[in-house]
Ligand binder design. Structure first.
Ligand code: ITT
Length: 190
């Protein structure tokens, strides 16, 4: 089985990546050495930089995952600042910011960066569209899951298998897994 080092401090991401990738023949091993998160406008730039930095530090091929929630009525905020916003104001205060707002559309996005030491990173993106719930619902998942609703349920109300069938992370990882089997294509398309 192909083994990939996943550099992240977030055990929920490791569990989801393992559940998604193991049926595809890819084994995920966590390493939480961390990486500097650039203050960039896109998750892709952050993930590419992080993957390059961590692969050079560990001297092996690695993947990283930079994710975020983009709220339409807030012009895409918090986007690449999602980790900071979760740590500082959190879900309750986000709901307060949206009080009385009729446009509750939002998306979760994931950028998977992958790199070999000394090489250029490649990045795979995934996105799921949904809306911000009126109130916190569900105890499953993590992060923004209890306020992010798709098809009537929040990710916080969905079993892992259900979230992993349609999530931003699933979509990015599926692209990555496809590319791992046929790496030439991505390089030709860039
Ligand atoms: P690493 O950088 O160590 O991988 P992190 O949790 O800091 O872990 P991100 O910067 O990618 O990861 O996450 C940004 C925020 O988005 C953070 O608060 C996460 O909890 C949240 N988040 C990431 N993936 C999510 C998901 O699938 N569902 C809900 N929230 C998520």
């Amino acid at each position: 089985m192909r083994e990939i080092i996943f550099v992240t401090g977030n055990p929920h991401k490791v569990k989801e990546a393992t559940d998604i990738m193991s049926p595809l023949g890819i084994k995920i091993e966590q390493n939480d050495c961390g990486y500097p998160e650039l203050q960039e406008d896109t998750l892709e730039a952050i993930a590419g930089f992080g993957a390059r930095w961590a692969s050079n530090k560990l001297n092996c091929e690695v993947m990283v995952d930079d994710s975020g929630i983009f709220i339409d009525s807030l012009s895409g905020f918090p986007g690449p600042y999602s980790a900071y916003v979760a740590r500082t104001i959190g879900n309750e205060r986000i709901l307060k910011l949206l009080e009385g707002e009729t446009n509750r559309s939002a998306s979760l996005k994931c950028a998977i960066g992958y790199c070999h030491p000394g090489e250029e990173p490649v990045v795979f993106s995934g996105k799921v569209e949904g809306k911000i719930a009126e109130y916190i619902r569900g105890k499953l998942g993590f992060g923004y899951d209890p306020i992010f609703e798709v098809g009537g349920s929040t990710f916080g109300e969905m079993a892992d298998e259900e979230k992993n069938r349609l999530s931003h992370r699933y979509r990015a990882l599926a692209e990555f897994a496809r590319w791992l089997k046929e790496p030439i294509k991505k390089i030709e398309n860039e």
